[in-house]
Design a protein. Structure first.
Length: 134
């Protein structure tokens, strides 16, 4: 079971219209966003059924959908601080402000409210280049 979120609700929560790619792949974006939020919170958000929580969960899912879109748009340039063409050297800035890092920072209060963890909540990139701690 997944959280119900309409395109209109998503647009209201992120403060802009969905672009063509987001609109065409809305269900897939929504599903991935919810799965990533589950992972971040270490719990299933679909199990949080209190009416006072539902709107906030929808807000977090919509914002995570925007993160997915931002990650795709910025994937090529994000975090690169130096490139050497001759020997293909690329250095990545571990402190780069990735869309996920910004999401965690901007939604820290809500994420702390819903996390299942009793200690620190950690959300790292899959390549372990950087960690975000709440």
């Amino acid at each position: 079971k997944m959280i119900s979120l309409t395109k209109a609700e998503c647009e209201a929560f992120i403060g802009r219209e969905l672009d063509e790619r987001e609109a065409q792949n809305f269900d897939l974006f929504r599903e991935i966003a919810e799965l990533r939020l589950n992972n971040l919170l270490s719990r299933e958000v679909a199990e949080m059924t209190a009416p006072e929580d539902l709107t906030l969960i929808k807000l977090l899912i919509a914002r995570m959908m925007a993160v997915l879109s931002d990650e795709q748009a910025e994937a090529q340039a994000r975090g690169i601080v130096a490139k050497t063409v001759e020997d293909f050297k690329i250095e990545y800035d571990k402190n780069a402000h990735t869309p996920l890092a910004e999401y965690v920072r901007q939604n820290e209060d809500l994420l702390k409210r819903f996390t299942a963890c009793t200690g620190e909540m950690r959300a790292g990139r899959t390549d372990d280049m950087t960690d975000y701690v709440l």
